[in-house]
Design a protein around this ligand. Structure first.
Ligand SMILES: [Zn+2]
Length: 178
């Protein structure tokens, strides 16, 4: 008598389900990159700050029409009209949109251009630079690193020690007296 053995072949498919993990990792990175390291004048130290993302409508609710035009539409205020052009009190200039510290009175000087001018930002991490190719010129546009609000432009004709001129719109700034 033969015992017949039947081998049952079971084909097993291995499905690598990794897409879910990638999504999770992607979200994690997104959360981490929402935080940026910036200088805080009050704390005298670097802090982690959350980036600010608002819709056009949200910005319009909290800014005047001139502040909105300059900071969110890359506008420029008329020279010699801004409230901070001739201000030389000790203090810190903050972003009008999100309150981030941007410039210090320690680095302000009279460029004679009619716009508040500084030879350096309060910390390089607090601003961002992009190439601006409008008006048939290539200029370095400056914005707040936290909310992307447009501030002005930087030129290479400033005083020492940097030789740079950060030419900023007054309406992009709020002044906090020291
Ligand atoms: Zn800002």
């Amino acid at each position: 008598m033969y015992r017949r053995t039947f081998l049952k072949r079971v084909s097993t498919g291995v499905v690598l389900s990794c897409c879910g993990s990638f999504v999770a990792v992607g979200n994690l990175f997104a959360k981490v990159s929402d935080q940026i390291k910036v200088w805080s004048a009050v704390k005298g130290a670097y802090i982690m700050a959350s980036k600010v993302n608002k819709s056009k409508e949200e910005w319009q609710k909290i800014l005047t029409s001139e502040q909105f035009h300059v900071t969110r539409e890359h506008g420029t205020e008329r020279a010699f009209t801004g409230e901070h052009d001739k201000r030389y009190e000790a203090g810190v200039y903050q972003c009008i949109c999100c309150g981030q510290d941007l410039f210090s009175s320690d680095h302000k000087y009279d460029s004679g251009t009619g716009w508040p001018s500084y030879y350096q930002p309060i910390a390089i991490e607090n601003i961002g630079l992009t190439k601006d190719r409008s008006w048939l010129m290539v200029r370095n546009e400056i914005h707040c690193s936290r909310c992307k609000g447009h501030l002005g432009h930087v030129f290479e004709d400033g005083p020492q020690p940097t030789g740079l001129r950060y030419c900023i719109n007054s309406v992009s700034l709020d002044f906090v007296k020291a």
